[in-house]
Design a binder for this molecule. Structure first.
Ligand code: TPP
Ligand code: SF4
Ligand code: MG
Length: 351
């Protein structure tokens, strides 16, 4: 069985958000993943972020491919729209859905296998088109669902359960997203909710492709000392370049940081990202220096986490296609089919 329904009992003291919903309203079915799987911690972070942002469940669309990671949308926001697609095909489904209804909030959950092998050609176009979506890779460096084969993000020297060593170099999805022009790029760790929740909130509000690579250990097949996706490795080599506070437009700034260590990025809608800089030489608004910093730290065996790059004022897919502001699925027949005269005029303009 792929899902088990949760009991509906609610504790009376649970706090409600501005919509009158409690955190339980943002949960989904009971997880059937292995106990201790990093993916479940990411689900918990998504639930918290959506509850705190008070997102109406019916305004959310959850999309995924195939894998343990791709099962997780079933485990949050039962009242949302959802599409569990074919292996690696989540971005195409998300692009089509977003083209038809630009008003929904899209969360795509994928795995390193789903996005970096069979779905690589899909993921890259979602990034370069700046599709408005929160794109999460739950990166465990292994095909978890199919019992532990190496993935395209497995480390050289990483050992499978049967003892074979991986010899192929890994793809770093963050470097890829940066090179492809994604306008919000972050990395985090499933075991660091304090870092992950504000990143998810900021990514949901971002008007473009918001990509988060979350290192998410697979306790069944890849939590070994040779893997950079193990709990112990990430805890020992985590280089967090900043800590993020996310504030929607109406919120007052309350965080108190020492001068010179805070950077504020104002997004399209007036929401603000307040970055508490931990690495003072790190600039998340400069794509080239972000790439250089990541490469330098990678060579030293460090995993850089935090908000790595943001470009707040960049048009999304609809901007470049010049589509109308209203969602296409809300237009009437006369607008969708304006008649022969309009068609002739349109054709003439292209001769
Ligand atoms: C077309 C197709 N090819 C292969 C498979 C088998 N398959 C299912 S999940 C998966 C890999 C999943 O790995 P990943 O995306 O990293 O997810 P994880 O289970 O590690 O979270 C594969 C190869 C499939 N379902 N469909
Ligand atoms: S096999 Fe790995 S990825 Fe899949 S549920 Fe178990 S721990 Fe998680
Ligand atoms: Mg995987």
């Amino acid at each position: 069985m792929s899902y088990i329904k949760k009991p509906v009992a609610r504790h009376p003291s649970l706090q409600a958000n501005s919509l009158g919903l409690t955190v339980r309203d943002y949960e989904g079915s009971m997880s059937t993943l292995c106990a201790g799987c990093g993916h479940d911690s990411i689900t918990a972070a998504i639930v918290k972020a959506l509850y705190e942002l008070a997102i109406p469940p019916h305004m959310l669309a959850k999309l995924s491919g195939i894998g343990c990671s791709s099962k997780t949308p079933t485990y949050f926001v039962s009242g949302a729209h959802g599409f569990n697609s074919a292996h690696g095909r989540m971005p195409a489904i998300a692009t089509g859905a977003n083209a038809a209804n630009r008003d929904l909030i899209y969360i795509g959950v994928s795995g390193d296998g789903d996005s970096l092998s069979i779905g690589l050609g899909q993921m890259v176009h979602a990034m370069r088109r700046n599709l408005r979506i929160l794109y999460v890779i739950e990166n465990n460096g292994v095909y978890g669902l199919t019992k532990g084969q190496f993935s395209a993000s497995s480390d050289v020297g990483s050992k499978s359960k049967r003892g074979e060593k991986n010899t192929q170099p890994p793809i770093d999805p963050v470097m890829l997203a940066l090179n492809l022009g994604a306008t919000f790029v972050a990395r985090s760790f499933s075991g660091d909710k304090a870092q992950l929740v504000p990143l998810i909130k900021a990514a949901i509000e971002h008007k473009g492709a918001a990509f988060i690579d979350v290192v998410s250990p697979c306790v069944a097949f890849n939590n070994n000392p040779e893997s950079t996706k193990s709990f112990d490795y990430v805890r020992a080599h985590n280089d967090a370049v900043n800590q993020l506070d996310f504030m929607v437009e109406r919120e007052a700034i309350t965080a108190d940081y020492a001068p010179g260590t805070v950077e504020t990025v104002v997004q399209h809608d007036g929401s603000r990202l307040r970055l508490h800089k931990l690495a003072l030489d790190y600039d998340p608004t400069d794509r080239i220096s972000a790439l250089t910093y990541l490469q330098r730290r990678h060579a030293q065996g460090e995993i850089v986490t935090g908000l790595l790059f943001v470009e707040a004022d960049h048009g999304d897919l609809h901007h470049f296609l010049g589509t109308v502001d209203d969602p296409l699925n809300g237009l009437g027949e006369s607008e969708l089919c304006p008649g022969l005269e309009a068609l002739e005029k349109f054709n003439a303009a292209h001769r």
